[in-house]
Design a protein around this ligand. Structure first.
Ligand code: NAD
Length: 681
């Protein structure tokens, strides 16, 4: 038997211990080990029951990442589970930490599941573009009923012990001593209690239909969601062996799909992102944070920190703004309680960790300050000067600036080594992305502390160099510029948005512009107008819209007109666009959706190459993490770099030639070697 699995007899109970650190992944040796241990226990007359338990901090938390996307060697999970089910003696899974994916499927194959409080269970396969392939879609509905199983599997939900107990996914919660509780549970079990023999609880066709429709909508109809619904909904009508065979076939097919490859790429890219090569400094202590500025971003950052259990000092410049910020945070928690997403006690505990104040001296008590005041260099420099005077030595001073020069902000202090950028996205308590910006003088342990905060807040952190717009906003600006070119050449805002939404973006660029307000970019263009090269191609349409008072949703019109919150094409916009084209002598042409998508995405890819060449983005995969987590790029396409590498260097180079030609003067071309050297074609 492989040494990652050992048997520790406890009287007549064989305790099978899975010891494959760090997460007891279900690698080949683990699968072979469990199979051998269960078969031996089945044959041993001295054994009356079996317990499966993980050593260390978790049960089998999931699959072995090294096996992701590779052909699977035997024995595979279905064979392990078949042996557990075939064993005439009760087999109990003792769960702690996480029991996810194949790990939870093995637990579902056991006769009972006993878990410690705080255990997470679930079948998150759909988030990787596949479905559970070892009976999850057949056994889970036998516990929860079909509608709930559809919901949980299609979301890839990981749920806690309390909910799992209520849904019947676990049988008992162990108060402490998991192993002893599981052994006792196993001894007390009479006969077998196999899930495969249970009927699927009745559900009305309407309830199943409603669950499927909701899951399809939330999962945007992706193939894995459709396959999961199909697999689960047949469970009630099909003998389980047929259901298992159909599930396995769908699983095998999805595993090798392009979508699953893209999602695996995302998964690994996110894991890599926060590990900066060469950064081995330890983070500084992080027990209390402060947020400076209680506006849109400041309150979101405060909520994110409170949710993560951190005490937060919230500082403003005047009482009215502080009250507004405090009220926004209270309203947020009240809303969560009203929706049943949080208990009143939990909400009170979180809000109780907030200290709103106008007193700057209180900033002397915190380990890290995140500044989120107005986007104005002079204001920020003034704020950092004051911070320098009150913050304790060694405190990290962070700025949430979107575009400003971090080094210029740091230079306002006597301690630029303690300054780092923490670029959150709006809403900061929802969006997962955090750009951690490294200034010229940022100390390694300051950077490490920024990354540690990101981890603590559950963010996906990406390190960026200090360049205008960092990684995300700079790539997004290149993309938006290309979309403006398309507009000028003949496409309508609705055509551009529809093409990119068809590709999978949550929202097209012009709808996004209207939502965020067109005036922010307008002000920025005005401030840089003097340094603009007049020979470069410049689209005047956005300026014309702003000059006409069309600043987006907030003024009822921008690229679109808004009626009852719905966007509608607007003849007034058409007139502005027509006039701008006429001024330049452009005869509009019909532009196909394919050209729109190709050019918009290639503009992103080109900018990514420039950023990689300049060293602003550390790795090509980081660009993908930024665009998918912060800008609505569809995860199932892997990110712009993955999208490009999937098409191959030759095709991308050819199309980039065309993009360069179409973009006119001022187009700066990046070197494709930056991505084709880094990613396998
Ligand atoms: P906001 O106008 O909503 O809030 C700014 C707050 O800072 C106001 O409440 C103001 O009273 C306060 N403030 C101003 N000067 C201050 C001072 N000297 N001391 C204390 N408080 C002061 O702005 P916002 O949208 O929250 O943006 C804040 C920062 O976050 C900006 O740097 C912005 O670029 C950045 N950012 C914004 C977004 C976004 O989508 N809004 C996204 C990422 C980053």
């Amino acid at each position: 038997m492989a040494d990652v699995v050992r048997v520790e007899p406890e009287g007549d109970v064989a305790v099978v211990v899975i010891d494959n650190p760090p997460i007891n992944a279900s690698s080949l040796s683990v699968r072979a080990g469990i199979l051998a241990a269960v078969e031996a226990a089945a044959a041993d007359p001295a054994v009356n029951a079996v317990v499966l338990i993980g050593a260390g901090s978790t049960f089998i938390a999931g699959a072995d990442l090294k096996e992701f996307g590779q052909p699977l060697a035997d024995p595979q999970n279905p064979a392990v589970i078949a042996a557990i089910e075939a064993c005439a003696k009760p087999v109990v899974a003792a769960l702690h930490g996480a029991a996810l994916g194949g790990g939870f499927e093995i637990a579902l194959g056991c006769d009972a599941r006993v878990a410690l409080a705080e255990t997470k269970v679930g079948l998150p396969e759909v988030t990787l573009g596949i479905i559970p392939g070892a009976g999850g879609t057949q056994r889970l509905p036998r516990l929860t009923g079909i509608p709930k199983a559809v919901e949980l599997v299609c979301k890839g939900a990981r749920i806690g012990t309390e909910e799992a107990l209520a849904l019947g996914m676990i049988d008992a919660v162990a108060p402490a001593e998991l192993r002893a509780a599981a052994v006792a549970h196993a001894r007390a079990m009479i006969g077998k209690n196999r899930l495969r023999d249970r009927p699927v609880p009745d559900a009305s066709p309407e309830a199943i239909e409603a669950a499927a429709a909701a899951a399809l909508k939330a999962g945007r109809g992706r193939p894995a969601v459709r396959a999961a619904i199909a697999a689960i909904t047949v469970a009630a009508e099909t003998p389980i062996d047929e259901g298992l065979a159909a599930e396995r076939a769908a699983f095998q097919e999805l595993r090798t799909s392009r979508e699953a490859r893209a999602l695996r790429h995302q998964f690994f890219a996110e894991r890599e992102a926060a590990k900066l090569p060469g950064l081995d400094a330890k983070p500084r202590p992080l027990a209390r944070v402060a947020v400076l500025g209680a506006g849109t971003m400041g309150t979101g950052i405060a909520i994110s920190s409170l949710d993560a259990g951190l005490p937060v000092t919230l500082v403003e410049q005047d009482a009215a703004a502080l009250d507004r910020g405090r009220a926004r945070i209270s309203d947020f928690y009240a809303g969560r309680v009203a929706r049943g997403a949080l208990t009143a006690e939990a909400a009170a505990a979180r809000e109780g960790r907030l200290t709103p104040t106008l007193d700057w001296d209180s900033l002397g008590e915190v380990d890290l300050v995140i500044e989120a005041v107005f986007e104005d260099l002079d204001v920020k420099r003034e704020v950092f000067k004051r911070l320098d005077a009150v913050a304790r030595p060694g405190a990290v001073l962070a700025s949430n600036t979107s575009y400003l020069d971090l080094d210029a902000i740091a230079a306002a202090t006597s301690r630029p080594e303690d300054v780092v950028g923490l670029h959150f996205f709006s809403p900061a308590n929802v969006m997962r992305l955090l750009e951690v910006v490294r200034g010229a003088k940022t100390a390694p342990d300051t950077l490490a502390t920024g990354l540690a905060l990101g981890r603590r807040l559950g963010k996906v952190s990406v390190v960026s160099g200090n360049a205008f717009g960092f990684i995300g906003n700079r790539i997004y600006a290149a993309y938006r510029r290309q979309c403006e070119f398309l507009l000028e050449e003949g496409a309508s805002p609705a055509e551009v948005d529809a093409a990119l939404e068809g590709f999978g973006f949550a929202m097209g660029p012009f709808a996004v512009g209207d939502m965020s307000g067109l005036d922010i970019a307008w002000r920025m263009r005005q401030s840089t107008a003097a340094s603009r090269d007049p020979s470069h191609r410049y689209v005047t349409i956005p300026d014309r819209l702003c000059e006409a008072g069309r600043l987006g949703r907030k003024t009822g019109a921008g690229y679109y007109r808004y009626e009852d919150g719905k966007r509608q094409p607007d003849p007034a916009t058409v007139a502005i666009i027509d006039a701008a084209r006429a001024e330049k002598g452009i005869v509009p042409r019909a532009i196909a959706a394919e050209e729109i998508v190709e050019r918009a995405l290639l503009a992103m890819v080109n900018e990514a190459c420039l950023l990689l060449g300049e060293g602003v983005a550390p790795r090509a995969s980081d660009v993908d993490v930024v665009l998918t987590n912060g800008y609505g790029f569809p995860k199932w396409e892997g990110g712009p770099v993955f999208w490009a590498t999937e098409r191959g260097a030759a095709m991308v180079a050819r199309n980039l030639d065309r993009l360069e030609e179409a973009s006119g003067a001022g187009f700066q071309r990046g070197d494709l070697a930056a991505i084709f050297a880094a990613e396998p074609v």
